[in-house]
Design a protein around this ligand. Structure first.
Ligand SMILES: [Zn+2]
Length: 397
């Protein structure tokens, strides 16, 4: 049994304990939280740290298998040039993919991340994820704009899902984005989700071009498919509605839904979402570092807060970020929105993420009975409860 204390403990639920003491067993399970109300007597049996103790971080969105493409693309290129490059660079030597993914996994572990929602199009990272000290949920992602590809793409996903399960990984089959999945493929994914009750993660409203595709059937996305990827796009009929409005109907109402990016989400979109499904099982995964990297833009976070949406945080991949660190994402948000409290940003980085990945029985908050991982934040403004550019995270257990 360890007794751990610091200047401040933030539990991820909005509560704070000044010089509180956590009793933690060998497995990292919290046995007791003692509120000393700041009156901590020096004691040999208490490990005291200078800084702030917070729960382990939850990263709801990553692509571990793309880690080998770190530093491959320039910043600020915009969404369509970025997509063009990713599509062209996916194939690579398998050893390099695994080696880079292992390094990325270790980077996240050292950054105090305890759980990850990770997108996989291939199976190359399954082995390392099954052995990692991080808890992974694997979203087996499908792309297939042309309906002719629906059957084979879905078949491949089912094979990959079996492989994930054989590795002992929790996994589900999910669509990539509104603009890269045909209605036939959406239908297949939807039936599968309905059958298994498994969660869905989906890249949503990351680019304005996806709306143009659905509204008018024109724009840079369809040009990309037709002219660069050589896909026959003649079958595609615009719906006359936005991308979100055209595709959200494919997700079963009872499935947990994790919408990723939401960079261009407006009030009318939120009203649409709440008209077709419960906001209770809908999460909004924000990846601010990636949004800045690709488009130099951040989502309208005040809009999400005003509507009481469940915000959680993701790093996205090393293709569009400099590091895989939830702390770095928190710093970006605090800098852009200085009036939002650290307690609230922390709840996005921990508690809401754990709910989104359905691991709230053990992760996401410092509560008796959980083993959420204990992180120490150092070099921050403790009294003002503010992260500083030099704030670092250290895993205590
Ligand atoms: Zn992504």
């Amino acid at each position: 049994m360890r007794k751990i204390s610091a200047h401040l403990i933030l539990d991820g639920l909005g509560n704070s304990y000044h010089k509180g003491i956590l009793s933690v067993d060998e497995s990292g399970r919290i046995i007791d939280i003692l509120d000393t109300k700041g009156q901590l007597n020096e004691s040999a049996e208490v490990e005291f740290y200078s800084g702030v103790i917070v729960p382990g971080f939850v990263n709801v969105h990553c692509h571990l298998e793309l880690s080998h493409l770190m530093n491959a693309f320039p910043e600020g290129a915009g969404m369509i040039p970025f997509l063009k490059k990713v599509v062209k660079s996916r194939a690579n030597e398998p050893e390099r993919i695994v080696l880079s993914a292992e390094k990325a996994d270790l980077m996240m572990f050292k950054e105090g991340i305890v759980a990850v929602g990770d997108i996989s199009n291939e199976t190359s990272t399954f082995e390392l994820k099954s052995k990692s000290r991080i808890d992974y949920f694997t979203f087996i992602e499908i792309l297939g704009f042309n309906p002719d590809r629906a059957a084979s793409a879905f078949e491949k996903a089912v094979t990959n899902l079996k492989s994930a399960e054989n590795h002992g990984l929790k996994a589900s089959i999910v669509p990539h984005a509104s603009y890269s999945v045909s209605t036939q493929l959406f239908d297949a994914i939807s039936s599968e989700a309905l059958k298994t009750g498994s969660p869905i993660s989906f890249h949503s409203q990351e680019s304005i071009e996806e709306d143009e595709l659905y509204l008018k059937g024109s724009g840079e996305l369809i040009n990309l498919f037709r002219d660069v990827l050589g896909i026959d796009t003649s079958f595609f009929k615009p719906t006359g509605e936005g991308a979100l409005q055209s595709t959200l109907k494919y997700f079963p109402e009872q499935s947990n839904l994790l919408l990723i990016h939401n960079l261009n989400t407006k009030q009318s979109d939120i009203e649409y979402i709440s008209s077709v499904r419960k906001l209770r099982n809908t999460w909004f995964g924000l990846c601010p570092g990636s949004n800045l990297f690709i488009q130099n833009k951040l989502p309208d976070i005040e809009l999400f807060r005003k509507n009481h949406l469940q915000i959680c945080l993701g790093t996205d991949s090393l293709v569009s970020n400099h590091q895989l660190s939830i702390l770095a994402e928190m710093k970006i948000l605090q800098k852009a929105y200085p009036s939002i409290s650290l307690d609230e940003i922390l709840s996005w980085a921990t508690y809401h993420g754990a709910n989104a990945l359905s691991i709230n029985d053990w992760a996401g908050s410092i509560e008796v009975g959980k083993r959420p991982g204990i992180n120490l934040l150092t070099s921050l403004d403790i009294t003002g409860k503010k992260l500083l550019p030099g704030t670092k995270v250290k895993k205590l257990c």
